[in-house]
Ligand binder design. Structure first.
Ligand SMILES: NC(=O)c1ccc[n+]([C@@H]2O[C@H](COP(=O)([O-])OP(=O)(O)OC[C@H]3O[C@@H](n4cnc5c(N)ncnc54)[C@H](OP(=O)(O)O)[C@@H]3O)[C@@H](O)[C@H]2O)c1
Length: 309
């Protein structure tokens, strides 16, 4: 068996009272819109301690001393990204003394610096950082991320009375409540979509891993994972999350419906002129029937369905 070179990174838990510091990633092309700790790769010939001190200064502008750094956790992580397959060893250090006022120094790549309680982590915390933080709370020294295989496949869609989905690569209605519901369900998880749906949204959905299916080798937008088969898309999407959301469009729902565990369907109570439709879903039974609502003169309700046994 060949020896395998892993990448090494450090994560820094800056602690104040019972809280610690995280900020939201932006414009990095990897998990943008997710909260994470100050962190970074070690540079050549640098020790973990040196990297932790340097990264803390570079990312949040504060000075820490070696004697105040305490090693608290190690993560072994798989990463099957656009740039290939890698494994990481990630050392977590806690520190409760520093000088200077924390601030985001790389403003083009970070925003919303905040102190968080471990019991109130935002949904869009980077999944493997969340797992490590919870394990640290439970006094465990080690986590592994990206190796597990159990996850649920859920389709989420809004459909008309005849399962209408869209026309001319657009939605058929304007329902802000449905967009809010979609965000609440999918935030912090992975979303798989077709190239046309990605095109109609126009940008990656923040706070979610965006996996886009396309056969086009020239299709390489920033901030998304591009896959050319549903197997590859599922492997990539499920890497760190428990629930993979299939968010359309019609061709993608049709390919995933036989593998879905759950459906989140917003039922819009009207007929529409459409050119794409949601597949038949008579193998599912309704488990949640939300109350009827009205918006923009349209009646709709949120429902949830599970595969019949
Ligand atoms: N109502 C809702 O909840 C909802 C949700 C989402 C979308 N929509 C609507 O659905 C419509 C879009 O649906 P659509 O069926 O036309 O397009 P789509 O499913 O979003 O995208 C189709 C494209 O995905 C790629 N693709 C599909 N299967 C693939 C596979 N197995 N491997 C690799 N690539 C694959 C291909 O891209 P390449 O051509 O690049 O190879 C294909 O052209 C729009 O009207 C949209 O508004 C509605």
């Amino acid at each position: 068996m060949d020896r395998f070179a892993t990448r090494t990174a450090v994560y820094i838990i800056l602690k104040k009272d019972d809280k610690f510091l995280m900020f939201r990633r932006k414009n990095t092309g990897w998990y943008d819109g997710f909260y994470n700790l100050p962190c970074g790769h070690i540079d050549g010939r640098e020790t973990l301690i040196e990297a932790a001190i340097r990264e803390t200064k570079e990312e949040v502008g504060v000075d820490i001393k070696e004697k105040n750094l305490q090693f608290v956790h190690l993560v072994h992580r798989r990463s099957d990204g656009n740039d290939g397959y890698f494994e990481y060893t990630e050392a977590y250090f806690a520190v409760d003394k520093w000088s200077g006022k924390p601030q985001i120094t790389e403003v083009e790549h970070g925003e919303a610096l905040e102190w968080f309680d471990i019991n109130e982590l935002p949904k869009n915390t980077l999944p493997y950082t969340r797992e490590a933080l919870i394990n640290i709370k439970n006094k465990s020294l080690y986590s592994q991320a990206g190796w597990k295989k159990n996850f649920k496949i859920s389709l989420i869609a809004a459909i008309g009375k005849n399962r209408e989905l869209g026309k001319n690569n657009q939605l058929l209605w304007n329902l802000p409540e449905d967009l809010k519901h979609f965000k609440e369900k999918t935030l912090g998880q992975s979303c798989i979509m077709g190239q046309r749906t990605f095109d109609s949204i126009g940008k990656p959905l923040p706070g979610r891993l965006n996996v886009v299916l396309s056969q086009d080798p020239k299709f390489k937008p920033k901030g998304v994972v591009v896959c050319n088969s549903i197997e590859q898309a599922l492997a990539r999407a499920s890497n760190y999350c428990d629930e993979v959301f299939i968010i359309g469009g019609a061709s993608i729902y049709a390919q995933f419906i036989d593998r879905a565990d759950k459906l989140y369907l917003t039922l819009v109570d009207s007929d529409f002129d459409a050119d794409v439709y949601f597949p038949e879903y008579n193998k599912f039974k309704m488990i949640k029937d939300g109350k009827q609502q009205i918006s923009n003169e349209l009646k709709f309700k949120f429902t949830e369905w599970e595969r019949k046994k």
